[in-house]
Design a protein around this ligand. Structure first.
Ligand SMILES: [Ca+2]
Ligand SMILES: [Ca+2]
Length: 280
């Protein structure tokens, strides 16, 4: 009975939370249905996982991936996204280049260029949030390990964070959360080494009013390599057309309720064990 009550409470909590009208959700990229892959971008297997390789570890590559269809955002452009990424197989001379950019733009599902521009340079009517592991000079804050908020295809970032808590080119998975609350006019970017948003580091908490010149937007990623290179892999990705930060690993499917209920049961058992331990 207690288990049933907890499950009912969890369902009520889910029903009360705001629902995105459009949600792209890729737990992996065994299928890229719904995505337009451009240039050197391709689905790939990294040895254990099916990933979205926006650029491969080769000289002078450029790639982009966008939602095939435009996503109609609200007038205030609110959105939330989370993605896990991995830069690997860096070149020996430069230790990897040039990085990955999350891009929201209103042009087409096929835009994007290469090199130091990280595939983002020259895309008008766009927001780019870049994770850049190659120092191209002052526009990069003279940093080879930084994040930036970019507008309209300009890789000289409007806002920079050169104190990242992790090395982008370490070869380990990192997860980014980008949440734009258009009603408040506030963009937050987080970076963590797990799927726990609450444990991630807040890189940007930036007041800004987004204007993409239209509300039918394509969401996706760009990347580029030059004389230095790496595989720039997106491992998983969720995008929502509302401000609705991705907190949990996923919203449970009906088939997973049994597992969830077992989980609640397990939690109760753990609590009981803890109480017993504390009392001892
Ligand atoms: Ca750079
Ligand atoms: Ca940069």
């Amino acid at each position: 009975m207690k288990t049933l009550f907890l499950a009912a409470a969890a369902m009520a909590a889910l029903a009360a939370s705001p629902a995105a009208a459009v949600e792209l959700n890729f737990s992996d990229f065994s299928s890229t249905a719904g995505l337009q892959l451009n240039g050197d971008a391709a689905a790939a297997n990294d040895g254990t996982r099916d990933v979205l390789r926006v650029t491969p570890a080769l000289l002078g590559q450029s790639g982009s991936v966008f939602s095939t269809n435009a996503i109609t955002l609200g007038a205030d452009y609110s959105f939330s996204t989370r993605f896990t990424f991995n830069f690997n197989q860096q070149d020996d001379a430069f230790g990897g280049a040039d990085g990955l950019v999350f891009v929201l733009q209103t042009n087409a599902n096929s835009v994007g260029g290469g090199g130091g521009g990280i595939g983002y340079e020259g895309i008008p009517n766009s927001l780019g949030v870049e994770f850049d592991d190659f120092n191209n000079g002052s526009g990069d804050g003279d940093s080879g390990n930084h994040a930036g908020i970019d507008f309209n295809g300009d890789v000289n970032s409007a806002f920079l964070n050169t104190s990242l808590p992790f090395l982008l080119s370490s070869g380990s998975d990192l997860t980014a959360w980008i949440d734009y609350d258009g009603a408040l006019g506030n963009l937050q970017v987080r970076l963590g080494n797990s799927l726990d948003r609450s444990a991630a580091t807040l890189l940007f908490d930036q007041a800004l009013t987004l204007d993409l010149g239209g509300t039918d937007a394509f969401a996706g990623f760009t990347s580029g390599t030059g004389s230095g290179w790496a595989n720039h892999d997106v491992v998983s990705w969720t995008f929502r057309d509302t401000f609705e930060p991705v907190i949990s690993t996923s919203v449970p499917e009906p088939a997973n309720w049994a597992l969830l209920i077992m989980g609640f049961g397990g939690m109760g058992a753990a609590l009981r064990r803890r109480r017993a331990f504390a009392a001892a």
